[in-house]
Design a protein. Structure first.
Length: 239
C-alpha cells in the first residue's frame, strides 16, 4: 500500500476505508487488535471524521467491532462464527458454480483459466500475497457469471472477512500446496463438463478451511491497548 494515493480524486472516507480494509485483510493488523483513530488519521494524513466513517462501514462489513466505552477493535471471530460463515460461503459458491456453468460456461472457464495461470505464476515466485489475491478473485469469478444479483450481493457481504481469514489460514507449505492444487482440479473438472464433481470438490475445498481453522490458536477476546503500544500505522500503509 502506498500513501501517495490521490486522495483528492475521491471521498476521504472511501480512501480511509480502502486503506484500513486492506490492512486488516492482509493481516497487517491482528484479529482483536485495538484501533487508534488518532494513529490512523496521522498515518493517512487526514482528519478523524473520515476515519470514523470508514470504521463504521468496516463494522457493517464485519471487519471491526465498535465497543461502547472501550473503542474500536479489529474483529476477532469465534470458532462458531467462522464455521457458520464458511458453511454459508459453501452454499453460495457451490450454487454460483452450477449457475455459472449453466449460463456462460465458455467465458467462465476462460476467466478461471486466466486467474489460475496468474495464481500459479505467483505461487512459483513464492509471492503468497499475490497468490491469495488471485485465489479470492478465482472464487469471486463464479458470481460474475451466475446471473443472480442477490447471490452476488450475499457473497460480497461476507467476502472481506472470508478473504481476511484466507490470508491467515495457509500457514504451512503443505496447506498452500493443497489449496492451490484444488483450483486446478476444479477447473479441469469444469473443462471436462463434470460440474457435479467440481461442485463437490469446491465444497470439500471450503470445508478443509474449517478444519484448518479448528487447529489455529487464535487469541480469545479483545487485546489490551497497551499490548499494541508498539504499533506504527505509517509503516503499515507504506508497505
Amino acid at each position: 500500500m502506498n500513501n501517495s494515493t490521490n486522495k483528492s480524486s475521491g471521498n476521504l472516507s472511501d480512501y480511509a476505508y480502502a486503506q484500513i480494509e486492506t490492512a486488516i485483510i492482509h493481516a497487517k493488523l491482528d484479529f482483536g487488535e485495538p484501533i487508534s483513530e488518532n494513529g490512523l488519521a496521522q498515518a493517512l494524513k487526514i482528519s478523524r471524521a473520515p476515519i470514523r466513517t470508514a470504521l463504521s462501514e468496516l463494522r457493517i462489513k464485519g471487519l471491526v467491532e465498535i465497543i461502547p466505552q472501550s473503542g474500536c477493535y479489529v474483529v476477532n471471530p469465534s470458532n462458531e462464527s467462522v464455521e457458520q460463515l464458511l458453511e454459508f460461503r459453501s452454499l453460495l459458491e457451490t450454487r454460483a458454480l452450477v449457475l455459472a456453468m449453466e449460463n456462460n460456461p465458455e467465458q467462465l472457464i476462460e476467466n478461471l483459466s486466466f486467474l489460475l495461470k496468474q495464481m500459479v505464476d505467483a505461487f512459483k515466485r513464492h509471492d503468497w500475497k499475490e497468490c491469495q489475491i488471485k485465489d479470492a478473485a478465482f472464487h469471486r469469478c463464479l458470481f460474475g457469471y451466475a446471473g443472480n444479483d442477490f447471490l452476488s450481493r450475499s457473497y460480497d457481504s461476507l467476502a472481506p472477512l472470508v478473504t481476511a481469514l484466507m490470508f491467515r489460514f495457509l500457514r504451512t507449505q503443505a496447506e498452500k500446496n493443497k489449496s492451490y492444487a484444488d483450483h486446478g482440479e476444479i477447473l479441469a473438472l469444469l473443462k471436462a463438463g463434470r460440474v457435479a464433481a467440481a461442485e463437490k470438490l469446491l465444497a470439500k475445498h471450503i470445508d478443509r478451511t474449517k478444519m484448518t481453522h479448528a487447529n489455529q490458536k487464535w487469541p480469545k477476546g479483545r487485546s489490551r491497548r497497551k499490548d499494541y503500544s508498539f504499533r506504527n500505522y505509517e509503516t503499515i500503509f507504506q508497505s
